[in-house]
Write a protein that binds this ligand. Structure first.
Ligand code: DP6
Length: 328
């Protein structure tokens, strides 16, 4: 194991879950309560360079050109501690990270961020990890980062401990033409982080165990739909799964929601389009932006429809993206 003598750069794309991860069995190891499944997206990614240097007195984290305060860099530094422990040295690191999201889209994500950091930091530390072990490492930073190691359709097997909880590709380069139209309805920071929101659901929602049962069934349905290229089954179940997750926020104590008025309007418009025969479905994560899953041939028409309502720059068409790439 040799520590790299130059910065190592990794690029990882963000992903959107079709079957969501919402709740942990183990907070420290980030072992989820259910299997989840996502599409890696081509338009949004993080690029991160890492070098471990003996002369540094502390980790130095630069995010989109700004030096991060100790508070803001805490999750990154905790993650680096884990990498140092695996590698068996205590050098600090210089981390330079940049999010590539179209014009302040507000879609920066911990998924691409921790996947890129896992890739760059592990190689910079001289750890030669395979993709599975890389996804286990990324998981320690943020659960959804586990899946951003791979491209296309990706599953995260829940597992029961650090060794068995990892992602694997279902279809890295989907042959069918699928697209995700992203509606940027707000760029504001979310009020309740996923971390806090999902803990609240596990601890207080009376529906939590029903969520686990339903999402395990959804996982099987969506996985089979991918194998059969059954778009309607994939879309319908993904939309149902998203709403089940959001029902957990509404039924938590204190209750809260990630919907805003525009999210609800957008979801209704998706249903109206379906009534007109355009097959598309919505999903939402821990924020008000709505993502529309559709077939590639319909993407432009759907995007134009939503541009007329929410504005031209608020709507982006994305396609399945690639897995992580790491420089030598
Ligand atoms: C709604 O991965 O951000 O996007 O593991 O606590 O960092 P932590 O949470 P995070 O949660 C993602 C939640 C989600 C659903 C999903 O991506 O599966």
């Amino acid at each position: 194991m040799v520590i790299a003598d130059h910065p190592i750069t990794a690029k990882a794309h963000t992903n959107i879950a079709l079957v969501k991860y919402w709740g942990k069995l183990n907070d420290q190891l980030i072992i989820p309560q259910n299997d989840s499944l996502s599409i890696t997206l081509d338009k949004f990614y993080t690029q991160t360079a890492v070098q471990f240097l003996p002369e540094l007195a502390a980790d130095d984290v630069i995010f989109d050109g700004q030096v991060l305060s100790d508070d803001a860099s805490l999750r990154v530094r905790t993650f680096l501690n884990h990498v140092r422990e695996l590698a068996g040295f205590d050098y600090h690191a210089r981390v330079i990270t940049k999010n590539f999201v179209p014009t302040s889209a507000g879609l920066a994500s911990s998924a691409s961020g921790f996947a890129a950091l896992a890739g760059a930091a592990s190689r910079a530390a001289g750890l030669a990890l395979n993709q599975r072990d890389l996804s286990r490492l990324a998981r320690r930073g943020s659960g959804s980062a586990t899946r951003s190691i791979f491209g296309g359709f990706v599953a995260w097997q829940q597992g029961h401990d650090d060794a068995t909880s990892f992602a694997y590709p279902i279809d890295e380069r989907p042959a069918w033409d699928i697209a995700v139209v992203v509606l940027v309805l707000t760029v504001k920071q979310k009020k309740v982080s996923s971390r806090v929101g999902m803990r609240l659901a596990v601890e207080t929602s009376p529906f939590y165990s029903a969520w686990v049962t339903a999402s395990q069934a959804d996982f099987k349905t969506v996985k089979t739909a991918i194998q059969n290229q059954d778009f309607e089954a994939l879309g319908h179940t993904s939309e149902q799964n998203a709403m089940r997750m959001h029902a957990l926020t509404l039924s938590s104590d204190p209750n809260f929601t990630y919907f805003n008025a525009d999210s609800i309007k957008a979801m209704q418009l998706v249903k109206d389009l379906r009534l007109q025969g355009i097959v598309c479905y919505f999903t939402m994560d821990a924020g008000p932006n709505v993502k529309i899953i559709c077939q590639g041939a319909d993407a432009k028409q759907i995007a134009q429809h939503f541009q007329a309502v929410f504005g031209k720059d608020q709507v982006l068409i994305t396609r399945p993206g690639a897995g992580i790439s790491i420089s030598d």
